[in-house]
Design a protein around this ligand. Structure first.
Ligand SMILES: [Zn+2]
Length: 233
């Protein structure tokens, strides 16, 4: 079921209270239109009735698409530094609804779902785009690390992220953006062969792959934030 809650938010531009249907949960199998809106960046967005400025809600909901095998917890970009605590919390939510502590019928559905945690709208769009193109999201994060080594002018750091925006037959289109403001910066295309090279020779990448997939937050940014899960436990 897709769930919405009536709420009011203040327009960041003029301060007017705007009535908003805030989303708690998206079931994309039943509401493919919501998936389309997410991809078009129009979901949870509307024009302020007073000043006409476009206002977009921060994302904080669960996305379920059984047909694609995806269960994604979506949180605002500003919460990224707390990813380990949030990973633990959403693992609990998944276990109760589709995992070890769920009813048998739900557990059966859950067995085919990949659990992911993302921060911000662009990160959610990326996961949907990759799954639709049949690409492995862990390999994509390895490719980003590989690309950063090949592009010495690139300054990677907290607050900046690299996202796949679309996939073509021979190329993957990437965009740099500022995580919190979700402001897009430069984009570039990477040859698809770079992805295939990592997928075809996984051994040298195994330790980093293990680190990237030690929880539902599958994102190279975790390598740049704190000491990671091993140090936290
Ligand atoms: Zn306004």
């Amino acid at each position: 079921m897709s769930l919405f809650r009536s709420t009011a938010i203040g327009c960041p531009s003029c301060g007017t209270d705007i009535a908003f249907e805030e989303c708690d949960s998206v079931n994309a199998d039943r509401r493919p239109d919501l998936r389309d809106e997410i991809l078009a960046a129009t979901f949870q967005s509307l024009a302020c009735p007073a000043c006409a400025k476009t206002v977009r809600m921060e994302p904080q909901f669960n996305y379920l698409e059984v047909g694609a095998g995806q269960w994604i917890a979506v949180f605002p970009g500003r919460m990224l530094p707390d990813y380990i605590e949030i990973e633990d919390a959403i693992t609990e939510v998944f276990d109760t609804s589709y995992g070890a502590r769920a009813l048998p019928a739900a557990r059966e559905i859950g067995a085919d779902l990949d659990v992911r945690l993302v921060f911000g709208w662009p990160a959610l769009v990326e996961k949907l785009v990759l799954r639709a193109a049949g690409l492995d999201d862990v390999t994509i994060e390895l490719l980003k690390l590989d690309l950063m080594r090949r592009l010495p002018e690139v300054e990677m750091g907290p607050g900046r992220e690299l996202r796949v925006t679309s996939v073509e037959a021979d190329a993957l289109n990437f965009n740099w953006l500022l995580t919190e403001a979700e402001v897009p910066m430069d984009g570039f295309a990477a040859n698809r062969a770079l992805y295939d090279a990592i997928a075809d020779a996984p051994e040298p990448w195994a330790p980093i792959r293990a680190q990237l997939s030690d929880g539902p937050f599958v994102d190279m940014q975790k390598l740049f934030i704190g000491e990671g899960r091993a140090a936290a436990e």
